[in-house]
Design a protein around this ligand. Sequence first.
Ligand SMILES: *[C@@H]1O[C@H](CO)[C@@H](O)[C@H](O)[C@H]1NC(C)=O
Ligand SMILES: *[C@@H]1O[C@H](CO)[C@@H](O)[C@H](O)[C@H]1NC(C)=O
Ligand SMILES: *[C@@H]1O[C@H](CO)[C@@H](O)[C@H](O)[C@H]1NC(C)=O
Ligand SMILES: *[C@@H]1O[C@H](CO)[C@@H](O)[C@H](O)[C@H]1NC(C)=O
Length: 425
Amino acid sequence: MASHSLYFLLSFLSVSYVTLLSESRTTLKLNKFVLSVHQDDKTSLYVADIYKRTPPLQIPFVVDLNGRLLWVTCEKNYFSSTYRVPQYHSTQCARAGAHYCHTCSSKARPGCHNNTCGLMSMNPVTGLSAMGELAQDVLSIHSTRGSNLGPLVKIPQFLFTCAPSLLLQTVLPGNVQGVVGLGHSPISLSTQLVSYFRLSNFTSTLALCLSTNGVIFFGGSPYYMYPGIDISSPLGYTPLIISPQGEYYIQVKSIKINNKDVPLNATLLSVNGRGVGGTKLSTINPYTILQHSIFKSVTEFFTKELSDIPLVKPVEPFGVCFNLKSINKRSRVGPRVPNIDLVLHDQHVVWRIFGSNFVVEAVPGVSCLAFVDGGLNTRASIVIGAYQMENNLLQFDLARLRLGFSSSLMFFKTSCNNFNFTALP
Ligand SMILES: *[C@@H]1O[C@H](CO)[C@@H](O)[C@H](O)[C@H]1NC(C)=O
Ligand SMILES: *[C@@H]1O[C@H](CO)[C@@H](O)[C@H](O)[C@H]1NC(C)=O
Ligand SMILES: *[C@@H]1O[C@H](CO)[C@@H](O)[C@H](O)[C@H]1NC(C)=O
Ligand SMILES: *[C@@H]1O[C@H](CO)[C@@H](O)[C@H](O)[C@H]1NC(C)=O
């Protein structure tokens, strides 16, 4: 009789254990997250509103694809019941790679404590860096099933830095409070999401779909855009190369215009031992930047292929401009001009760029090639900028280190503006 009730008790315990387990499985099913990003009119930078602190507050951040961490200014109006500072030599400091002991001589406040650890934070537009206090607070982000917003989920101890407000300067959009880094670094937003939710290899993925009102996904496909199109199928793939600074590079082996090879210095196209050369992707540069000799070859070649269209005086910062009226025949993917192909690691893997991603109306009536001369001493020879990435899905697979790319979503009759941000319970 006694053993019978023990058995009953055990089976009751195991039932509730299974219930608990399946509940935690349900939470684990939240394996995809989403941020809405909009483009700032004045600076062309992308801004994401992120929920931080307790009670939660939506704070605007500039999105830096290659940024190492999230930094925010804490000097004014930082009210949160969950702000914590890891002590110098703590595991959090080790995880963040912060080996500098931070002290502060003013009154204690968020960003100002003694015996904490300091970490450099950078304004990616000016390159200016400053020391900030490593801190922890709640960060909340919307889950998604691939379309619509699901419940907000909390990361209770998100690591970031409290940077001095001098880093904000005027070059960043007016209301912005900091920068959110998505780089391949220990405490970037992408890395902390992957490790907190223990996302499996399949889902440790960051996907950018940039446009005026675009979207960033964390987690694997599918990603649905109105009217119900999964924009992740099909994609082309090329290896991702991670620089020592945790920045995202790809290998561009050659460039073709109208299916003809543009003569280029191959040395410049590959990254050398000192991390110079190669092709980087960046959300901070509004337009693609080409090292001077590549810029000259590409623009001269393009002009030759466009011989029947009269050039006009170039508008800064561009080098080649023409009369919009002469190319006003448009297709779905922008003006009818020759395509530009980036030939990647394999000659059969090509990122085709259509006019909508490289012809920009610089002033009314004048269209320009959206490439900027980077001069002779660029670190990366090609920096693929935001205009060229717009309305393309770019899926950074952080486990397999490969980049999936869709080319222009206009071909799928959709765009990155078409994510449905209506919240579902
Ligand atoms: C840090 O220590 C110094 C020296 O002991 C002290 O003057 C200062 O007020 C302390 N700062 C804070 C934020 O407690
Ligand atoms: C190609 O670029 C490399 C690196 O800038 C330079 O040293 C070399 O002289 C260039 N080659 C030619 C043929 O211009
Ligand atoms: C996950 O990724 C790591 C590192 O790339 C690899 O070593 C491991 O085999 C992968 N695991 C699975 C299940 O694919
Ligand atoms: C967005 O999603 C909501 C909720 O599912 C739906 O009612 C609405 O029709 C959707 N909007 C569009 C434009 O598809």
